[in-house]
Design a protein around this ligand. Structure first.
Ligand SMILES: [Zn+2]
Length: 241
């Protein structure tokens, strides 16, 4: 058994879907860790639960008392991390209050718009393109540039709401690029066997696989535009830019 839905929901709300140790926003890449392990009598209770990112969770679990390396996260320390973070989220003290932070986020917003402009780049292309018609993949060079920028740790908003929107945009771009490179846009070239290997339950014909590919890419494209628009709108409101 893992944590029941009411407890996991409360924990996820209280941490704002951020890791209680490193405080980064995780979106769906978050896990609920038992502070006292179930094998040692730990319960599926709110008190015994700490939300962690995948990296911190792996680290907390990796410590091997038989081969001690580094310092173990003990139970009371984990409780301390969690309680301090829950308090911070509740008090909203992580929100942007310092003008310097707002200024940093403004700079990042402008940089992000330079990499992924509202018009003249992939975003406006995706918004207006009718999938099924051919096009050159070079048009998406800015999406690749955006993904490269994401490797820079300074390419993150300080404001949590904005950072959450930016993560959602990144996820939707990843999904779009993934679909883009796996689907085929002509019936002749459609990777029928490959597609059916992924979705064996769909008894599709070659034409149906082709149309499904077009649908997949259109849906992924819509998601990119929606997450991009969300980020732009919220940034304008929060940063008055
Ligand atoms: Zn973490």
């Amino acid at each position: 058994m893992s944590f029941p839905p009411n407890i996991s929901e409360k924990a996820l709300l209280d941490c704002g879907r951020c890791c209680c140790i490193c405080h980064k926003f995780c979106g769906f890449k978050i896990e609920l860790h038992h502070i006292i392990q179930k094998s040692e009598g730990g319960e599926d209770s709110y008190e015994n639960c700490i939300p962690l990112c995948l990296d911190c969770h792996a680290e907390v679990k990796a410590y091997n008392p038989k081969h001690p390396k580094g310092r173990k996260y003990n139970e009371s320390e984990l409780i301390g991390h969690r309680n301090r973070w829950y308090e911070k989220v509740q008090s909203k003290s992580f929100l942007l209050v310092h003008p310097e932070c707002i200024e940093l986020d403004r700079k990042l917003f402008l940089e992000l718009k330079k990499v992924l402009p509202v018009t003249g780049g992939s975003i406006s292309f995706i918004r207006n393109h009718i999938y099924g018609n051919p096009w050159l993949l070079e048009v998406h060079e800015d999406l690749v540039a955006y993904r490269l920028s994401c490797q820079n740790p300074e390419f993150e908003f300080i404001d949590m709401d904005l950072e959450m929107r930016r993560c959602q945009l990144t996820e939707s771009i990843d999904q779009y690029l993934k679909v883009l490179y796996t689907v085929s846009f002509t019936v002749d070239k459609v990777d029928y066997k490959g597609y059916m290997a992924v979705y064996p339950e769909l008894k599709y014909s070659k034409h149906e696989v082709y149309y499904q590919s077009i649908k997949d890419i259109s849906n992924a494209a819509d998601k990119v535009c929606a997450t991009y628009d969300d980020l732009i709108r919220l940034s304008r409101r929060k940063l008055a830019i």
